[in-house]
Design a protein around this ligand. Structure first.
Ligand code: ZN
Length: 81
């Protein structure tokens, strides 16, 4: 069964605040709540090498070739990354 990572949207307990892994079959519905404390949770897309925080998502986007553009002059942009 695939492993999924869930993380509390807000609040949460020691288990879900920093994300936890749970194995679920594909047929099972997504978890909506932490099984321990009942806080609302969301499923996090797993990236084993880089963790799953929001800053890592931005970092990965850059590494994946998305470019942030800086406006240099009117109508001119420079690639920052
Ligand atoms: Zn919890």
């Amino acid at each position: 069964m695939p492993l999924y990572v869930y993380e509390a949207k807000e609040g949460g307990c020691a288990r879900c605040r920093n994300g936890f892994e749970i194995s679920q079959s594909l047929k099972e519905p997504k978890l909506e709540k932490c099984p321990d404390c009942g806080a609302p949770v969301m499923r996090v897309i797993q990236a084993p090498a880089l963790g799953h925080s929001r800053t890592d998502l931005n970092y990965r986007a850059k590494r994946a070739g998305f470019h942030a553009l800086k406006r240099v002059q009117k109508g001119e942009y420079e690639k920052l990354y």
